[in-house]
Ligand binder design. Structure first.
Ligand SMILES: [Zn+2]
Length: 72
């Protein structure tokens, strides 16, 4: 039955689409794979004002892939 096979094929295609949608852009780095990490620099070491140092690091939520999987 060709019709049935076609239906299965379509279903597989749909499944692929759904699976693809489960891989979402990482909310932490917005798909960049890296994100700015704020380091709170404390007072001291000759500074009288604390400041926040910002560095670009590999995103720990997606391990640098830029995508997070919602698969169980
Ligand atoms: Zn990320």
């Amino acid at each position: 039955m060709v019709k049935g096979r076609e239906m299965i094929k379509t279903f597989e295609g749909l499944k692929d689409l759904i699976v693809e949608n489960y891989s979402e852009e990482c909310p932490q780095c917005n798909g960049a794979g890296e994100c700015e990490v704020d380091y709170d620099m404390p007072h001291g070491f000759g500074r009288d004002v604390g400041f926040i140092d910002t560095r670009i690091e590999e995103c720990d939520m997606c391990n640098g892939s830029g995508e997070v999987s919602n698969h169980e």
